[in-house]
Design a protein around this ligand. Structure first.
Ligand SMILES: [Ca+2]
Ligand SMILES: [Ca+2]
Length: 208
């Protein structure tokens, strides 16, 4: 604060995500012998769009979804997975819209732009002869200008009529990208830990 003029300035950049308000107590007097008066000054930091959305799913570690024909996953309207992102800004700067950027030729899949839910859009359902779909999906905030984050999503299709093993839906990758195997004994992951009805594989990025 300038002692002569009373002008209050910041000495460093403020970040709403670190601290959104400040309360200051200021004092003024018109000479050494006069009684000072005090006042409270509240400073509110307005948000700027300085954060890109963060993709929680898919991420670089988790980006594969496995669908099973035997479970009806390939049908028109079937739920595939849900995109999940967050943004620490405020208001429109944190409101997210989801989309597919690449890989959805022919409109095979549909993304609900508000919820991030991915469903099968193809009228006849997914082609059983195709085993993998690779999409680039995005989350964009509504800042001015908006900031966008993209991520890879891989959808694998098991078209056999064999049901997935009862009780668990995860499958294990044996380090060979094209060779997915079922575990011979149940693996220690509770189904309640799964966020959706769809199997999500946890693959190390080195596999791909
Ligand atoms: Ca933002
Ligand atoms: Ca901000």
């Amino acid at each position: 604060m300038d002692e002569e003029t009373g002008t209050l300035r910041t000495i460093r950049r403020l970040d709403r995500e670190r601290q959104s308000s400040y309360t200051l107590f200021v004092r003024a007097s018109d000479g050494p012998s006069s009684l000072p008066v005090t006042a409270q000054v509240s400073v509110t930091v307005e948000d700027i769009n300085d954060n890109r959305p963060t993709m929680k799913f898919p991420s670089t570690e988790r980006f594969v979804v496995q669908l099973f024909a035997s479970r009806g996953d390939l049908s028109h309207g079937a739920f595939v997975t849900r995109l999940d992102a967050s943004d620490p800004d405020e208001g429109p700067n944190s409101e997210l819209d989801y989309a597919v950027e690449y890989g959805n030729e022919g409109g095979i899949f549909e993304v609900d732009w508000r919820t991030g839910a991915v469903t099968v859009a193809a009228e006849e359902g997914l082609d059983r002869s195709r085993t993998v779909y690779r999409l680039v999906v995005s989350a964009s905030d509504r800042g001015t200008p908006p900031l966008r984050t993209v991520a890879d999503l891989e959808i694998r299709v098991n078209s056999s009529n064999l049901a997935p093993p009862a009780g668990q839906r995860n499958i294990i990758n044996d380090n060979d990208n094209d060779n997915l195997i079922y575990p011979s004994s149940p693996i220690d992951i509770s189904t309640s830990a799964l966020k959706s009805d769809v199997t999500i594989l946890f693959l190390h990025p080195d596999f791909l």
